[in-house]
Design a protein around this ligand. Structure first.
Ligand code: CTP
Length: 410
């Protein structure tokens, strides 16, 4: 069993809930996974049912909840064997100090601990306890032993605790557990590779408080940065002004104008193996931005603009460029214009989509264009599409550059 990452898609999750106040966060976790289309089988300890009822989990997961080793519902009344075989991963959240201790010893005195022992799938745990219980040498001994046994730990986090104290031991938030499990499940196809991305709009100053920008939300570029990091790459994201959080494990460089973006990209691209240009870079910028705020007047205002540098074309034209991937948002003759752009910018791959469709929305439909022709992908939410695109990019990159030497140290 590969414990570091499962390397196969996660569709069925077993969620073990143990007794602790953080059990309420497991309800939200169930909801988030179900919303993402996963099937969630909830198993609760007796103590957990004192914090949240099985009915809550049953309603959220749409499946009966199991709590009892002697439950006759699984087909052959061997629930502990069957339940652990029907899931791709078992996640215990919250995992109490007592549960970790029993797990470390191999106890099988209730359904959840028995399923943990009888399972064939990987086991992940999200501890939740008071900071002193977490720091206690007994707990730390159990954690070390479980890590040795291949159990994957998600957290705990540092922060306010239900008991009123502050410290390490609180369970990760439901969204953080979703992201951590997703990260863990991704095959690390880009391990050891450095990926540079641009994302978001640029902002071209007219005066100190005004400027020209566009409606790019940055969502696609950020989703690709996250997916590249989840695939094991070392990721640098050069971002225009957006209101998005930095994806875990991604190094972010904030820029404002096309010129700033070019400078940051030129700095990092020489030591990147892959460059994915997702930013909606302004094609023009005011020739002479005003040093002071422009005053209102009754006469027409003339604004002179000059073209910006095409960052992607500049990098692709360099000697020994990274594997360059472009995006083409077109409002008409999408494939024709995108292919022309690919050839003009000398790119091995361009990802074409409809500009009206893509900007700001949560899902996207794209076509990949490379030297072999066009390859359409189905409409997908941006997060799922990003993972698929990273796979497609990695496959093409590895085919041409798989054995290429390192491009210098970071
Ligand atoms: N791009 C870039 N630098 C620019 C303009 C575009 O790096 N100054 C990149 C984008 O990030 C994208 C690709 O080039 O990956 C295509 O961008 P797009 O705006 O669709 O194309 P343009 O070359 O600007 O052509 P046009 O606006 O005429 O369609």
């Amino acid at each position: 069993m590969n414990i570091l990452h499962s390397g196969h898609p996660l569709t069925r999750i077993g969620l073990g809930v143990t007794g602790g106040i953080a059990a309420y966060k497991a309800a939200e976790l169930t909801r988030l996974w179900v919303k993402r289309g996963l099937s969630v089988q909830v198993l609760m300890t007796e103590a957990a049912t004192r914090f949240v009822t099985p009915t809550t989990f049953q309603a959220l997961s749409g499946k009966p909840v199991f709590t009892d080793l002697w439950d006759a519902r699984p087909a052959n009344a061997m629930g502990h064997i069957e339940l652990g075989r029907e899931v791709d991963a078992l996640v215990v959240a919250p995992a109490s100090a007592n549960f970790l201790a029993r797990l470390a010893q191999g106890f099988t005195d209730d359904l959840l601990s028995t399923v943990c022992l009888a399972r064939e799938c990987p086991l992940l745990v999200a501890p939740a306890m008071n900071r002193q219980m977490w720091a206690n040498p007994a707990t730390q001994r159990n954690v070390a032993r479980l890590r040795d046994d291949g159990v994957v730990f998600l957290g705990p986090a540092w922060g306010d605790q239900a008991c009123g104290e502050v410290g390490e031991g609180r369970m990760l938030e439901a969204e953080e557990i979703v992201a951590a499990v997703e990260f863990w499940a991704q095959p690390k196809i880009l391990a050891g590779r450095r990926v540079l991305l641009t994302a978001g709009p640029t902002f071209e100053a007219i005066d100190p408080v005004r400027g020209i920008t566009n409606l790019s939300s940055g969502k696609m570029g950020y989703a690709l940065a996250r997916a590249a990091a989840q695939a094991g790459a070392e990721v640098t994201l050069v971002s225009g002004p957006v209101g998005l959080p930095t994806p875990a494990g991604v190094q972010r460089i904030d820029v404002r104008s096309a010129a700033d973006m070019l400078a940051a990209v030129e700095d990092v691209s020489a030591r990147s193996e892959i460059f994915i240009a997702v930013a909606a870079v302004a094609d023009y910028t005011p020739t002479a931005p005003l040093p002071e705020k422009l005053k209102k007047s009754t006469v027409a205002l003339q604004l002179e603009l000059m073209p910006t540098v095409d960052i992607l074309a500049r990098i692709a034209a360099g000697s020994n460029p990274p594997f360059c991937v472009g995006f083409a948002a077109e409002s008409e003759r999408v494939l024709e214009f995108a292919e022309a752009k690919r050839r003009r910018k000398k790119l091995p791959l361009i990802i074409a989509n409809n500009a009206r469709d893509a900007i700001g929305s949560d899902d996207n439909e794209v076509t990949l264009l490379d030297a072999a022709g066009a390859h359409a992908l189905p409409r997908l939410p941006k997060e799922a599409l990003a993972r698929r695109l990273i796979e497609e990019i990695a496959r093409r990159y590895l085919a041409v550059r798989g054995a290429a030497p390192d491009r210098g140290t970071p």
